[in-house]
Structure formats: C-alpha cells, structure tokens
Design a protein around this ligand. Structure first.
Ligand code: HDL
Ligand code: ZN
Length: 424
C-alpha cells in the first residue's frame, strides 16, 4: 500500500495571523467607501424626485406588497389613502400586529438604529427628513459609506425630463445612467412623444428613424453625462433577431455605445406587472437565458456589458458566462435576490468562480436612507466571505498582507466599477 505522502505543516505566513484576520477584514470592508452603481435616487437638485423620510420608507413598494398579506385591504381603498395613512396602516400591520421580520421591514429599524432614533413611528417621522437637504444627503451617504451614487435616468419620463430641462445643478456624488426600458420595450408607444420632442421617427425602424433615434440617445447622453446605458428586460429577452427590441439594440443602442465607449447594462428577468393593482410592487421575475447574453458578448467583443439577473436560478449560469467573456461585468444581487441568505450564496459562488473581479452589490435604493441598511448588510456578508477565503490562503501558507486585503476590497466596492467604466 503506497504511503500517503507526508504533508508538512506549512510555515507560518509572515503576513497576517489567522486570529487577527476576521476583525481586520471587517474593519477594512467597513472603512472602504463604495460606489453604488444602480439606484433610483436623485441628486438633491432634482427636488421631490429624491425620496426620503419615514413615510417614504414605509411606502417602499417592497413593504407595500408585504402589507397586503397582512391587512388585505381592497387595492383601490389603499390607493386612495394618504401616504401618512398608508404608513400608519403598514406600521400597525407589519410592526405592531406582527414582528418586522422581513428584509425590507427590518431595514427600516436598521436605519433608525443607525441614526440613533427611537424605533417608534412618531420618532422616525420626527427625526428623518422628508425634505432632502444637501447636509442630510451628505450625512446619510457618509453613514452608509457610499462615495458615489449612480441614478436611473429616463428622458421619456415627462416628470424627470422637466427637471433636466431646468438644468439642475449636478452633485459631485451623483452620476447619471441613461435608462431605456420605455424605448426598448414599448417603442411604438413612445413614438408620438419622440415626435413631439422633434425626432422624425416612425413606427418602423427605417433608415431615417434609426438616425433620429441615435440623435436622441446622443443628445441625452451628452446632457446627462451618463456613465452607462441601461435597460431591463423580462425572461423573454432574446438577441439577435428581427423584433423591434432586437433591432433597436443592434442598429441604435449598440452603435451609440460603441461610438461613445460606454458600457451597456443588461438587467434581465423582470416580468413586469403580474399584479397591476400593486403598481411598482406588481412586478415578478423569470429565469434569464444566457444565450442572448452570450450572443451580445461574443458578437461585440469591444463592447463592455454590465449584467445582473433577477432569478436565483440564473445566478450560477451568469457566473459561468462571466468566465467565458471578460467584457461581461456581473453586478449586484438585484431586487428579489437581495436578501442575506441569497446574497451570501451568490457572492460566495462568484468569489469561488471569479475571484475579486465582479461588483458584489448595488443598493437599488428608492428612498435615500435605504442606502444605510442595504450597504450595512452587504458589507457584513462580503467581510464574512472574504475572511473565509483569506483564511484558506493563510492555512495554505500564502502570505496575506493588510494592503492585499485593502486592494481587493477597493476593487469589489469601487475600482471594478470605475475601471470598467474607463476601460476604453
Ligand atoms: O428595474 C429596476 O431597476 C428594478 O430595480 C425596479 O426598479 C424594482 O422595482 C426595484 O426597485 N427593485 O429594487
Ligand atoms: Zn432598480
């Protein structure tokens, strides 16, 4: 029987002792500022588009959806209530009659705790601002450890467009991303609006329409100084093809992104309005095929693609796809997979298959203060998983130094995003 080769005990690494590791990793993750690359927040100069305060937090559509499982009110009755009355009902239903055990409800308490507020509705209303001042915005972003916020900007939303037309002062910590869901997913419906804006476009994508749509994109990319172009699509997303969406991608959006060297963000798997009575809360999800993503990444090797997918079942396939295409940058644990258990599972899988070459999280915050709990939770998971990975390295005799950890954490929370933006 051949002897089992004697594995010598590895020499102690001149780097970090294992015991000090977890505390140090947590400290580094905590102090490394993040770029939040996908939110629904707006710079303070956008006025009421930037939501904040206790009543907005309680009317967050995740919480609204959960509240119907408790109060069972007719949708129309709920819709006709004032925001404050809805908050009262939601607080009673989800925080008094039941414990706030869900991610979204407990997130409200985590915000209160971080801001040093008593966890009562009246105290939260009193302490949190519902008019976003620059000082308050700075305080909240600093508390969340968020350096930069990327907005979601839709020039075909008349309310938002009216703000842009007033040339709002841009804020150094807020950046734009041009979101094209309406154009891509409902093109015929937006043709009249595009014509009213002076673009000579038709229902069919003839040569003139293609040029006019490129002019529309160029105008808004210039005006917004957008960092990237984005769209979401359902589980029916396909490419290439002859559908309007596929042709818009091929003949309008990709040529503009390539010419401007802008990344294109694909957010795939959002099945919209399965319950229209729930409004923003009425969307669901579906599995995303990797075939269109593979087709885009392989046909456009010079185009950079941010990609996030909505269903848990698509996550592993996306990680493997990212191994095949280095012009694909995975980002975030989006929406229904942004829960502690799934963020842990997904981030561990990504580290195991990609190393520190992805963007682990974005907040998707709709209400300013949400960045506090969403990033607190993200950092907790990232620190724990990184600690495991570094511990294994040390046990193998690899030298892990503090500045190695700082470099890797900066990459995950910041540099992978900005490097992908700038990598022309
Ligand atoms: O399409 C998106 O950007 C999604 O993030 C939706 O806005 C969704 O309603 C959401 O807020 N998810 O967190
Ligand atoms: Zn979003």
């Amino acid at each position: 029987m051949p002897e089992t080769p004697h594995v010598s005990t590895p020499p102690p690494s001149p780097g970090l002792p294992v015991q000090a590791l977890d505390e140090l990793v947590a400290r580094i993750v905590q102090r490394t500022r993040a770029t939040d690359m996908h939110t629904h927040l707006f710079a303070p100069s956008f006025g009421s588009l930037l939501l904040c305060g206790a009543d907005e937090l309680l009317n967050f559509h995740y919480i609204v959806a959960e509240s119907f499982r408790a109060h069972h009110l007719p949708y129309s009755e709920f819709r006709h209530m004032s925001r404050a009355s809805r908050s009262d009902l939601i607080w009673e239903s989800l925080f008094v009659q039941r414990s706030p055990l869900s991610e979204a409800t407990s997130g409200v308490l985590e915000i209160g705790q971080a801001l040093g507020v008593d966890l009562r509705l009246d105290a939260l209303r009193e302490a949190l601002c519902d008019v976003p001042t620059e000082t308050y915005v700075t305080r909240v972003l600093d508390l969340a450890g968020v350096d930069s916020v990327v907005m979601t900007n839709d020039p075909l939303d008349p309310v938002e467009r009216a703000v842009w037309e007033r040339s709002p002062a841009m804020h150094p910590r807020f950046h734009a991303a041009l979101r094209l869901d309406r154009l891509l997913n409902h093109y015929q419906a937006v043709v009249p609006e595009l014509c009213s804006l002076g673009y000579a476009v038709r229902d069919t994508l003839d040569a003139q329409t293609v040029l006019e749509l490129r002019r529309f994109l160029d105008h808004w990319l210039e005006r917004m100084g957008a960092l990237y172009v984005a769209f979401s699509a359902g589980d029916d997303f396909s490419f290439p093809g002859e559908s309007t969406r596929e042709q818009l991608l091929e003949r309008v959006i990709l040529p503009v992104c390539l010419a401007r060297e802008l990344p294109l963000a694909l957010m795939i798997g959002s099945r919209r309005q399965v319950n229209q009575d729930l409004g923003d809360a009425g969307d669901s999800l579906g599995r995303a095929s990797m075939l269109p993503i593979e087709a885009l990444c392989s046909r456009y090797p010079d185009q950079r693609f941010f990609v996030t997918v909505l269903s848990r079942e698509s996550q592993h396939e996306l990680v493997v796809t990212a191994r095949k295409f280095h012009n694909l940058m995975i980002f975030g644990c989006w929406w229904f997979v942004n829960t502690d258990s799934l963020v842990t599972e997904i981030t561990r899988m990504r580290l195991e298959l990609l190393g520190p070459t992805f963007i682990p999280q974005h907040s998707d915050a709709r209400v300013l203060e949400q960045v506090i709990y969403k990033w607190q939770r993200a950092r907790h998971v990232i620190a724990r998983l990184l600690g495991d990975r570094y511990r294994r390295l040390i046990e193998m005799g690899w030298t892990v130094r503090e500045d190695d950890i700082e470099r890797d954490v900066r990459a995950l929370l910041n540099d992978n995003f900005w490097g992908f933006i700038r990598r022309a």
